[in-house]
Design a binder for this molecule. Sequence first.
Ligand code: ATP
Ligand code: MG
Length: 576
Amino acid sequence: MRLTNFFIPTLKEDPVDTVVISHKLMIRAGMIRQLTSGVYSYLPLGLIVFKKIQDIIRDEMNAIDGNEFLLPALTPSEIWSQTGRIDDFGDIMFKIKNRDLVLAPTHEEVFTSIAKPNLISYKDLPVMWYQIQTKFRNEARPRSGVLRGRQFTMKDAYSFDVDYAGLDVSYDLQDKAYKNIFARCGLKFFSVNAFSGAMGGSASEEFMVESEAGEDIVAITEDGSYSSNVEIAVSFKEGVGRKNSNLPYEPFHTPNVKSIDELAEFLGITDKSRLAKSRVFVNPAKSENEKNEYILVLVCGDDEVNENKLQNIFGQNIRPGHPEELAEITGADAGSIGPIGLKNKDVKIIADLLLKDADELISGANKNDYHTKNIDLKRDVKKVDYYDLRVVKDGEYTTDKKQKIKITKAIEVGHIFKLGTKYAEALHAYYLDKDGIEHAIVMGSYGIGVERIAAAYIEQNNDDKGIIWGGEIAPFKVHLICASASKEEIVKETDKIYDVLFNGEKIEVLYDDRLDVRPGFKFNDADLIGIPIQVIIGEKNYKNGNAEIKVRRTGERIMVPLNNLFDKVLELINEY
Ligand code: ATP
Ligand code: MG
């Protein structure tokens, strides 16, 4: 491609209102432009990259016998009501005002409605269906470019099986395909379990790329042996244990002490592990006949309650108590709550495993401005259930004590999910087994964000000059630069080199053939766009029978005799 024929509006400066690096660089390199908040136009260079990612995804999906579909984005509201997701998605779903249609944020419902009349016998199963298609989600305040768009391209695949054993097989196929896709895209990635077994046994795995631009928090180890979403991460930590002094518990005055830090300061101590933090949660009644369940949660003073772990124990709806509820249930405000002397005797008390049977604890006295000391959970509290409830912290060790855990940010690039029969049941997609008995089809769903992969790649592969492409998703392999555009002879020779590379060797070349642009400007553009191998033809080197090659990733400059140029280029494009 000759640059003079290619629309590639590069920018010297970072655009305003951009925060993350990939967003800045995609705009500066002329890959995308924002049309309106969260909605982007893909310019030719961006589209080349997105298509290469799609090609890799398609290749890996076809390798596991995926059948490619293309479903509409406009879908009837009706099917979303049938599965209840019109409410679940809420404001995320774009709803059409003058028709009873919604713009699909995902396609479980539509694929299942195709399965229903067509997959009717066990002989029709299993199948693996997928598409690469535009999704619409009304994301709140999208600020990270195509990492979080309101319109974006997703590969979404769905497996349909006769039973859970079949689902396991389909899921494993997708799992392997995902690993191939991300490796081929050149991402350094890892996967984390998104849910614990408590969620009805449904497995779910998220594929993550470590990045400051990420919105997920993960716990990982340097050697990759452990990776987990922080929501369910666990670590090794010695319990607080017992001191066995057997002192009676006793309330004492702690004026204006509201937080654990203030309490530690008041007491003049630094170890906060025995300052038991007490928080009240409410598990709302499921029907009018039931009552709200109130739960007092205790963790060590230097720990935080992991609300996701609470959800895994008590269900999705559990929430922190409101201030009025706290006063009513405990008799005190947030800073003065504890396990002893609660106003409401039905409060369930649970504590983090680190506090198992601990004594000499200090916690709120359920009376404002008072705390109680020498609390012995074994002796003084009638019933305590112990669970892992804390948020794992940076620098702690894995449960096998072998590796240090790092807490870091990550971008979710893909998600695979064992759905089970939820959608088949809601939309009546049943098949008949050998004996003519009806069963719900067992489904899995598997999503990947195309643009998000490109952005995640850039987050991991850039320097102060621009993007550093490599491998299969580089938009071009070679960036050919005529550095002496005022010399007709050099221009002609560079044209010839372009012809051999492009037409002869079939290499993807971007040729900066601009006659009116200074070399320095061309070099900056080349570094910004980030094509792996730059071939620079300048008068001085040319007269000495040489061309200069610059490797974008390493910055290495190699002087190559012209008669060896093509071999050297072929060698280098295989390497980078
Ligand atoms: P997130 O938590 O980041 O919103 P999600 O859990 O909503 O992601 P899924 O519904 O599992 O994502 O979608 C599958 C994949 O689609 C994600 O792994 C991601 O790569 C991509 N994706 C999801 N939402 C967006 C978006 N708003 N913009 C770009 N890509 C997205
Ligand atoms: Mg989302």
